[in-house]
Design a protein around this ligand. Sequence first.
Ligand code: TXA
Ligand code: MG
Length: 320
Amino acid sequence: MAEIGVDIAKAKQILEQGGLVGIPTETVYGLAGNALNPDAVTKIFETKNRPSFDPLIVHTAGKEQVDLFTTDFPEPLAELASAFWPGPLTLLLPRQPIIPDLVTSGLDQVAVRVPQHPLTLDLLQQLTFPLAAPSANPFGYISPTRASHVQDQLGDKIPYILDGGPCTIGLESTIVGMEGKQIVVYRLGGMDLGEIEKIVGKVTVMPYSNSNPKTPGMLQSHYAPTKPLILGNLAEMVEEYLQKGRSFAVLSFQSFFPEVPASLQIALSEKGDLQEAAKNLFAAMRNLDQSEASIILAEVLPERNLGRAINDRLRRAAKA
Ligand code: TXA
Ligand code: MG
């Protein structure tokens, strides 16, 4: 199993030797390797069992470092970076050849972000190279929001996990780029669209599909538990499943069902707070996925603010 700790010097040494380290960020834990070293990047794809057409996000210590591996920083995106980095926002920028083809799956843009976590920022500041880091889960499964989640799934494949505690946001970064003059959102995430629109005006949200190779993170069946997850009217579904005597677990926004065992239900935020719900979502999905129930019944949340990104993940989990 991997060693878990807060030893930045140790993480640095492993990364400098081309190895991989689990790193905390405010969104989800990442599986990090030297973004400029094709062997380290290959190891990332192998460890996650990730298809090579799904490009990686490059993490760096600050906006200043981005010039080292991009050729241009279009004005609206630079404004977003100034406003929200470090933070849960990934920007697509034209890349320099120093970024290996593997990182971008051959695309001419590279995805970049500055994560907001003290341990990881400290690590990035000490390194002479940026870190490629996808979410630290096997391809297609739920993203990890605790060091123990990384240990559970990739612990036998990596030497070290930097433990930064539970992720404070709990949803992957929002991915933003430009098509012509239009600002496009390729993945809803931890950065609220409303905040982005305050800076750059109206944005276009790309619908996800299975046939859009440009943003494979948008594959429909992604972020999914092993058990089937069904979205619908929870009260009705619970009643129906109880009547039929079927085995199920409940993932609700705020409500508890007295007829269902406490161990088989999780409310994402009793007080109805979308940020709290986001923070709890992936751990709750994992938890219920490991329960004795054979199916997870869930409901969509209010379609506003972070609720949109939460619903996006729930819908994809339901499609799997
Ligand atoms: O919050 C996050 O973004 C986390 C933490 C670790 O930073 N990382 C993450 O990475 O969610 P990952 O690999 O699970 O998702 C990366 C997604 C890809 O699936 C793809 O949709 C998009 O980012 N992406 C990366 N590079 C791209 C590129 N060059 N062009 C278009 N989309 C890209
Ligand atoms: Mg991922």
